[in-house]
Design a protein around this ligand. Structure first.
Ligand code: GDP
Length: 454
C-alpha cells in the first residue's frame, strides 16, 4: 500500500498544525523533509518518541517543528506513522505537506487514515464510524454516545448475536450433513428460544436509535399559534437573541424566521411562523400558508396559547391541524394568571402541556422536559449500546426480519433445512454491519463521509 500524507488539523490558522504521514515509507520520506537537531536518526527512533528539528523543501528552510514517531502496529492506522507538528499557519503547513508529497507520499483521501486503521484490524466498521461521530459531536451527550460506540459496546453485542447464529448454523449443518455421526438432533423448541434471545439483543440495539439520532441530528420544530399569543417572544427567548419582531399588533411576523437553538441536549431547528388566522393581507396570507405546510413537515410542533384569555375558534382550528403530530402545548403568559379551563380543554387534544412566561423567561425547563419525554430521551439514550447511523440500522432491521421469519417458520413446523437459509442470511447482515464481510462499495461509502486528514 502507498504511503499517504495529509494535514490532520483544520484548514485554518492556529497555534499548531499537524501533518501526518502513514505507510511503509513514512520514516524514509520524513527524513527527506525533516532534519532533527542533534544526532537523531528518524528511522532509528523508538515508537512514541519525538524530536525537535527543521522542515525543509529542497534546502529551503520552512519551519521549526516537532516530529513524533509511531511504529507499526502501535499507531492509529496500524502502519508506521510520522507526525510533524509545525506552526499553525496555513501557508507553512501546505508547504511542508507539498514537500512530503514531492518526496514520494500520496495525498490521503478523506478518511483514508481511518480506513487503513479498519483494514489493518485496529477498528471494526462501527468503531470507525464512531470516530466520525466524535469529530462531529457538538455537545456533551452527543460525545458520550459516540464514545460508547467507539469503546465497542455495540460491537460486542452484535458479535455476541453473530457468534450465536454461527453456533446455531454449525449445529444445524453438523446434524444435517453427518447423519452417520452420533450428533444430537436439533430441538426446534430450544432453537426458537435461542433465536428469541438473539432477536431481543438485536431489538435492544435499535431501541434507542431514534433518540440517539435526535441528539446527533437535532429536530425540525415549528412554533405555531394564533397571533399575539407570544410565539415570537418564545422564539427569541429560546434563541437567546431578538430575531423575531415582538409587538402587540397581531400579524407582525409574516415571514418564517429560522434558528438552531439548543434546549437541554436537543438542538431544535426552529421556525417562528406567522400567526395562523384568516387574513386579507396578501403577504400575511403567504406566511400563514407556509406555517401550515411547516406543521406537516416538522418533527415537533410547539403550539402556543395565551393562558390569560379564553380559547377562541382560531385556537380550536389550530388543534385540528396539529392532530397526530408530536406536539407540546405551551400555555404562555402565566405571569398574568392562567384561566383553568384552558389546560382542561387542551389536555383533551395534547398530552404534553407546559406553562410558562416567555416574556419573563420563566418555565423553559418544563418545555425541555416535555420535549425529552416526547422523543424518549433519557439516561439510557446515552449509555445503552446502540447503532449509530442508517447503514447500521438497516443491517440490524434486515437481520431482525430474518430472525423473526425463522422463529415463525419454526413455530409453524417448517423443516430445519428451510430455516437454515434464513439464519445464514441474518448472519450475513451482521457481518456486513461490523465490516467483517462487506463490499468495497460500502466501505468506500462509509469513509467518503470523513474529512481529509482523519
Ligand atoms: P406572536 O404574535 O404570537 O408572535 O406574539 P409576540 O411574541 O409578538 O407577543 C405579543 C404580545 O404579547 C407582546 O406585547 C408581548 O410582549 C406579549 N407577551 C409575549 N409573551 C408574554 C408573556 O409571557 N407574558 C406577558 N404578560 N406578555 C407576553
Amino acid at each position: 500500500m502507498s504511503t499517504i500524507a495529509a494535514v490532520s488539523t483544520p484548514d485554518a490558522t492556529g497555534g499548531i498544525a499537524v501533518i501526518r504521514i502513514s505507510g511503509d515509507d513514512a520514516f524514509k520520506i520524513a527524513e527527506k523533509v525533516f532534519v532533527p537537531v542533534g544526532n537523531k536518526i528518524i528511522s532509528q527512533m523508538n515508537g512514541y518518541t519525538c524530536c525537535y528539528g527543521i522542515a525543509y523543501d529542497d534546502g529551503e528552510r520552512l519551519d521549526d517543528c516537532i516530529l513524533t514517531v509511531f511504529r507499526k502496529p502501535h499507531s492509529y492506522t496500524g502502519e508506521d506513522v510520522a507526525e510533524i507538528s509545525c506552526h499553525g499557519g496555513i501557508y507553512v503547513t501546505k508547504r511542508i505537506l507539498r514537500a512530503i508529497l514531492k518526496n514520494g507520499a500520496d495525498n490521503a483521501q478523506p478518511g483514508e487514515f481511518t480506513k487503513r486503521a479498519y483494514l489493518n484490524g485496529k477498528l471494526d466498521l462501527t468503531q470507525a464510524e464512531a470516530v466520525m461521530d466524535i469529530i462531529s459531536a457538538k455537545g456533551e451527550r452527543e460525545l458520550r454516545i459516540a464514545e460508547n460506540l467507539r469503546e465497542g459496546a455495540s460491537f460486542r453485542k452484535i458479535k455476541k448475536c453473530s457468534d450465536n447464529l454461527i453456533r446455531i448454523l454449525g449445529s444445524l449443518s453438523a446434524w444435517a450433513d453427518y447423519p452417520e455421526e452420533d450428533i444430537p438432533e436439533v430441538n426446534p423448541v430450544n432453537l426458537c428460544r435461542e433465536l428469541r434471545d438473539v432477536r431481543n439483543d438485536l431489538s435492544s440495539l435499535i431501541e434507542h436509535y431514534d433518540s440517539g439520532r435526535i441528539i446527533r441530528e437535532g429536530v425540525s420544530a415549528v412554533i405555531i399559534g394564533k397571533p399575539n399569543v407570544g410565539k415570537s417572544t418564545l422564539f427569541n427567548c429560546l434563541s437567546g437573541c431578538q430575531r423575531s419582531i415582538v409587538t402587540n399588533i397581531p400579524g407582525t411576523t409574516r415571514d418564517v424566521v429560522e434558528e438552531s437553538v439548543r434546549i437541554g441536549d436537543i438542538v431544535l431547528r426552529l421556525s417562528d411562523t406567522a400567526g395562523i388566522r384568516q387574513t386579507s393581507d396578501v403577504i400575511e396570507e403567504i406566511g400563514v400558508n407556509i406555517a401550515e405546510k411547516l406543521i406537516y413537515s416538522s418533527e415537533l410542533v410547539i403550539a402556543v396559547f395565551d393562558g390569560s384569555s379564553p380559547l377562541t375558534q382560531e385556537d380550536m382550528e389550530l388543534l385540528e391541524k396539529i392532530n397526530h403530530k408530536n406536539t407540546v402545548a405551551v400555555i404562555n403568559k402565566n405571569d398574568m394568571g392562567i384561566l383553568p379551563q384552558i389546560p382542561e380543554e387542551l389536555s383533551k387534544f395534547i398530552p404534553h402541556i407546559v406553562f410558562l412566561s416567555a416574556m419573563e423567561n420563566n418555565g423553559i425547563d418544563t418545555l425541555r422536559i416535555a420535549i425529552e419525554d416526547i422523543f424518549h430521551i433519557n439516561e439510557n439514550t446515552f449509555s445503552a449500546p446502540s447503532v449509530a447511523n442508517e447503514r447500521q440500522k438497516k443491517c440490524i432491521d434486515s437481520a431482525l426480519i430474518c430472525v423473526e421469519s425463522t422463529i415463525s417458520a419454526l413455530e409453524n413446523g417448517e423443516l430445519l433445512d428451510a430455516v437454515n437459509v434464513l439464519i445464514d442470511e441474518a448472519e450475513q447482515y451482521l457481518l456486513s454491519l461490523t465490516g467483517e464481510k462487506v463490499t468495497d462499495a460500502v466501505v468506500d461509502e462509509v469513509f467518503s463521509r470523513f474529512c481529509v486528514g482523519k
